[in-house]
Design a protein around this ligand. Structure first.
Ligand code: XMP
Length: 507
């Protein structure tokens, strides 16, 4: 049984980071809404309570009865989690007199406390709270203070309960990971043996058990998530998995053929479907971005569904859904900023059981699993690419001719990033075909041609992004190459907008 830590989410922005830190030290953990503790799950070794946008006194504050866990399993409260445990046990929480935000240092602490072992004197921690614990319950003792916060950390003397008012999960808490490790490994007794190889072993065994001799279909997009899901499933059920890779005609230059070849060499049972004619016909004259997306989304579902129906007796639809998608759909505060699913609507339409073997992994963990499965590096480090492809990078209506122009410009940009060793330094990049023409001069001729915008961003999760500060020499090179080599383009611009307020894609 896979031992785990449960993180109860009270709505903090940094809840995911707690999971990241634990996973980094090979501790398997799951985030659940604050009121969804899995009572009766014997694999849980400890519980972490996250921070929250609320104050414990707020009418709407998330409150939960922890009496069934308290005393039985170690609990660590972080920020609100710490204040909440203190408050419900009889302590006092009040608005902080001075703002407790930013860097602070553990100036005084109990080195012998297991939560704080191997922590240096003056260790830097990150505070971010409006309330503060002003009195702890009689059964609690203070185990660390900062310059201004007396109760930076506490421990209960009659149950295995700890609390920290700082955020060990954020990068600015320089020894925060050690604190989380002290909790998970020393206090909860986790073995810290969760890694890509162990994930593959347990998942392959589970998939064999779950799927038996059933047939499964999976939609490949060329992206890392669906590719890794396919290879993992292939390892578990081999030829009972059929992958379908649909070309809607708006992929990158040569992408369909290249990726199909990659998939075949990975031993996948894959059907490539060139459905470009259908998509170009349906998209003719459509300029409105959301309509384009809808046409492509629906067209994709139709093509996929038709192909899947050619296979007899399919019982399952597999998808490369990953953890951030699931956490978003679990979101307790309901603030889903944007969710993109290439195959949204597919499960409803197909009436198949859903299999999502990566649903508990973060993106970089998916990559590690892919490497461990022996997949080629270029498939694993590939930039994200939107499901509707170049259709959302051609402003205005879409024609084959425009796609061909954009494919060339995009190819020069992406190949340039690779040649200049910049590809892995950016989160994603691409070219956008603008619906304007401008005047130029080539030789002695006046030109009146198209403008292309280049977009390259840095990001960690695509929720926020900054424009990549690419070297001028590189931009000069790319601009020259595009204008010289791509017929019909006489101007290249670079998009210097961050997200928010802009988005990564132009449409
Ligand atoms: P935005 O434009 O919202 O993009 O900043 C965030 C990330 O999502 C990708 N994206 C999509 N992916 N279908 C997808 O599968 C879509 O319709 C879609 N729109 C945007 C985008 O490339 C970026 O990585």
């Amino acid at each position: 049984m896979q031992e785990k830590i449960i993180i109860l989410d009270f709505g903090s922005q940094t809840t995911q980071l707690i999971a990241r830190r634990l996973r980094d030290i090979n501790v398997y953990c799951e985030i659940l809404p604050y009121n969804k503790y899995p009572h009766g799950d014997a694999s849980v070794k400890g519980v972490i309570l996250s921070g929250s946008p609320f104050s414990v006194y707020d009418e709407n504050a998330f409150k939960v009865d922890l009496s069934a866990i308290e005393g039985k399993l170690p609990i660590l409260g972080i920020c609100y989690g710490a204040q909440y445990m203190s408050y419900v046990n009889g302590g006092k929480v009040e608005p902080a007199g001075t703002r407790e935000y930013g860097r602070a240092h553990l100036v005084e602490f109990d080195h012998s406390n297991p939560l704080l072992s191997n922590i240096s004197d003056n260790s830097q921690v990150w505070m971010s709270h409006g309330d503060t614990i002003t009195a702890i319950p009689d059964s609690f003792k203070v185990i660390a203070s900062t310059e201004t916060v007396k109760v930076a950390a506490y421990q209960s003397t009659n149950a295995p309960v700890w609390g920290v008012q700082f955020h060990p999960e954020v990068y600015h808490s320089t020894e925060g990971t050690q604190i989380l490790k002290n909790f998970a490994a020393d206090i909860c007794g986790c073995k810290c043996d969760w890694n890509a190889a162990s994930f593959i072993d347990t998942t392959v065994a589970q998939l064999k058990e779950q799927l038996g001799n059933d047939k499964v279909v999976l939609g490949l997009s060329g992206g890392v998530d669906s590719s890794v899901a396919a290879v993992l499933l292939n390892r578990a059920i081999g030829k009972n998995l059929t992958c379908i890779f649909v070309d809607h005609g708006m992929l990158r230059k040569n992408e369909f053929a290249d990726v199909l070849r990659d998939y075949e060499s990975l031993g996948l049972n894959v059907i490539g479907v060139d459905a470009s004619e259908k998509f170009f016909t349906e998209l003719a004259g459509v300029t409105e971005p959301e309509r384009k997306r809808k046409i492509i989304g629906k067209g994709f579902i139709d093509v996929f569904d038709a192909e899947a129906h050619k296979i007899t007796d399919v019982k399952w639809l597999a998808q490369g859904t990953i953890y951030p998608d699931c956490i978003e759909s679990l979101s307790i505060t309901g603030t889903v900023i944007k969710s993109h699913h290439n195959v949204g609507g597919l499960p409803e339409k197909m009436n198949l059981k859903l299999c999502e073997p990566l649903r508990l992994l973060f993106k970089d963990e998916v990559r590690r699993v892919g490497r461990q499965l022996g997949m080629p590096e270029h498939l694993i480090t590939r930039h994200p690419f939107p499901g509707p492809g170049l259709a959302v990078r051609i402003l205005g209506d879409i024609t084959r001719e425009k796609v061909a122009v954009l494919q060339e410009a995009d190819h020069i940009f992406i190949q340039g990033l690779r040649d200049w060793k910049l590809y892995d330094k950016v989160w994603q990049a691409g070219a956008i075909l603008l619906p304007v023409q401008s005047v130029g001069v080539m030789g002695d001729e006046r030109t009146y041609e198209r403008a292309v915008a280049l977009r390259a961003v840095t990001s960690t999760d695509a929720m926020t992004a900054d424009w990549a500060h690419l070297p001028y020499e590189f931009m000069a090179y790319v601009s020259n190459e595009i204008i010289n080599k791509v017929k019909g383009v006489n101007r290249v611009c670079y998009d210097i907008s961050s997200k928010p307020p802009a988005t990564i894609e132009w449409e």
